[in-house]
Design a protein around this ligand. Sequence first.
Ligand code: FEO
Length: 405
Amino acid sequence: MRPYNITDDILWVGAVDWAARDFHGYSRSPLGTTYNAFLVKDEKITLFDTVEHEHKDAFFCNVAQALGGDLSKVDYIVVNHLEPDHAGCLVEAVERMKPEKIFCSPMGQRNIASLYHHTDWPIEVCPTGHTASIGRRTLKFIETRMLHWPDNMLTYIPEDKAVISSDAFGQNWATSERWADEVDRPTLLKVLKEYYANIVQPYSPIVIKTLDALAKMNLDVEMILPDHGLLWRGKDCAWVLDRYREFAQARPALRALLVYDTMWRSTEMMIHAVADGLAAEGVPVKIMNVKRDHHSAIVSELFDSGALVLGCPTHNNGILPGMAGALQYIKGLRPLNKVGGCVGSYGWSGESVKLLAEWLEKIGVEAVGEPVKVQNAPDHEVLRQCVDYGRGIARTLKDKIAALG
Ligand code: FEO
């Protein structure tokens, strides 16, 4: 890659990770990702963030190319976020660039000490409202706590009407294009949503507050430059802000996700019957098996579903380990406004359905009706009960959608 001119003075100097499939050790990134870093050439040459350490050569090469080969021309470094996918080259950057100042949030200063063990850097702490001049431009810092860590902040540059937004508004998609308006729109929306569902979703109430606070600031914005994926310009800025508000509001969709595991296919038959009941009431369904579908793909589907149905047989007085892992992951992401239920088969002790019901409660899913369980294999009558159970969940989902407008 080479540096990319966003404007005459603002350059993209990040790295494209075409091979990334595992994001942060817990989520999948099937289309790869990018680590975006930016260089602003003003009287004080200012670098915004770095990249994941594995891509340090591409990053330092890009910065060097932008500065005629001389990394020491960098005067300031803004650290919008300390997570290693953005600060993975920070220590080496500080050593090689010897910046006069390093700007970060108050929580960022703590993370520089605890993650990178440096307390002797020339840090200027930037709570919301703090500003810094870099010559013809002013940097305005706004903390965006929990989007995605406590230390995140964004930087607004009024002279360029630009927001360098850190994780917020990012997507995992490796592309040669840099702007969102240059790529396939449905894929863009899909990756934006996947990123939100798996990374930002637990903090949806904070997202709403942050969007409200930004709206009150009346910032004139023509570019939003996140640290992952495609960059937003023009009318796309309002579009992506609207999408984030929509995501955070989590209005239930007329769609059901059925997630299951099975040993001898009894639970699988029950799940298919529940799906038939949902579909018969006009609710589109998707069925995912925890052995075949990664938990982050399940969460992405759940994000677009107003109903969640779980199915798992009893195994050693519990549930199968793949289902337990998926449920732990789903719970951590705190999905909102779902209805649902559970079914399962058993051989002799039969705890799984009770345990699944407890998981639904912990996740915050509104349970509908009486879960269906069966010893060994379902017969026609049990499958009919499952169909009726699906119909009941569908009707409750439609009522909830109607109630929430
Ligand atoms: Fe892209 Fe929170 O790191």
